[in-house]
Design a protein around this ligand. Sequence first.
Ligand code: NAD
Length: 291
Amino acid sequence: MSKIIDGKAVAEKVLAECLEDIQELKSAGVTPGLAVVLVGEDPASKVYVGSKVRKCAELGLHSRKIELPVDASQEDVLAVVNELNDDPLIHGILVQSPPPPQIDEDAIVRAIDPAKDVDGFHPVNVAKLALEDASGFVPCTPAGCMRLLKEAGVETSGAEAVVIGRSMIVGKPMALLLMSKQGNATVTVAHSRTKELAEVCRRADIIVAAIGMPEFVTADMVKEGAAVIDVGINRVDDSSAKRGYRLVGDVAYDEVAAKCSAITPVPGGVGPMTIAMLISNTIKAARQSMA
Ligand code: NAD
């Protein structure tokens, strides 16, 4: 039977550490501040933004929520980003993804001051991750996955790790973290063009699935005793559920759980870690702004 990695409990632990840091910073005269920019009315984005702002309030962080209409122009968004770059009370800025189609998301990310880029998506922070420069910001979801592996006692050093997915938000930074001197794993990155994916996955001591396809990773793809981190969040129709859908990961949970040594559930695995790491990055930004 596999060990269920409780992301909610680990996130609470991270947030308890954050609370101590926040109190320390406040007594030094600095309240960490996070600005969240939402362009448009995407319902899922609204939920994410709401929970980030609520978490800031709970922890005593300063936060600003800036909402722009769905027809906001590139210039409107850039003007907000520039204003936040200059706001000394704001240490972290994120523009919720995805913005409406008229917005060039890459250009917006590049406009954020890298010292305030708590999502870790700015090219300067991508480079710092590759260079293993600890002053950079690591994207929140893969940073959360690393912490989950650590808390679950999964040995990454020398392990064969397979990351499925090569996005800049999850797959690529996850691979960099696993192969860094922090992870010391031997890493394979699989993606939509990978041949013999099941065979590649069966080599893995650690599988990180970040694909966006419900229950894609099945038991036949997993080696007995492997650890499995499921990043996916997918809605599948379920008439028995109140909302008419339920959330599932990229991993066929029941059959894979029966075979692996440790696994993250969906929901309650990677999801809660993402926001905890965002708060942690905001504290780091505030601390670095004092230097
Ligand atoms: P993405 O769509 O940007 O990337 C998906 C990746 O999967 C691509 O690199 C693609 O090559 C790969 N892929 C697609 N089909 C494949 C196939 N048949 N075989 C192998 N690889 C294939 O997605 P993303 O932003 O990286 O997100 C992935 C999943 O993680 C989504 O379900 C998303 O909702 C979820 N997610 C969760 C969190 C969280 O906080 N838990 C954060 C970010 C993303």
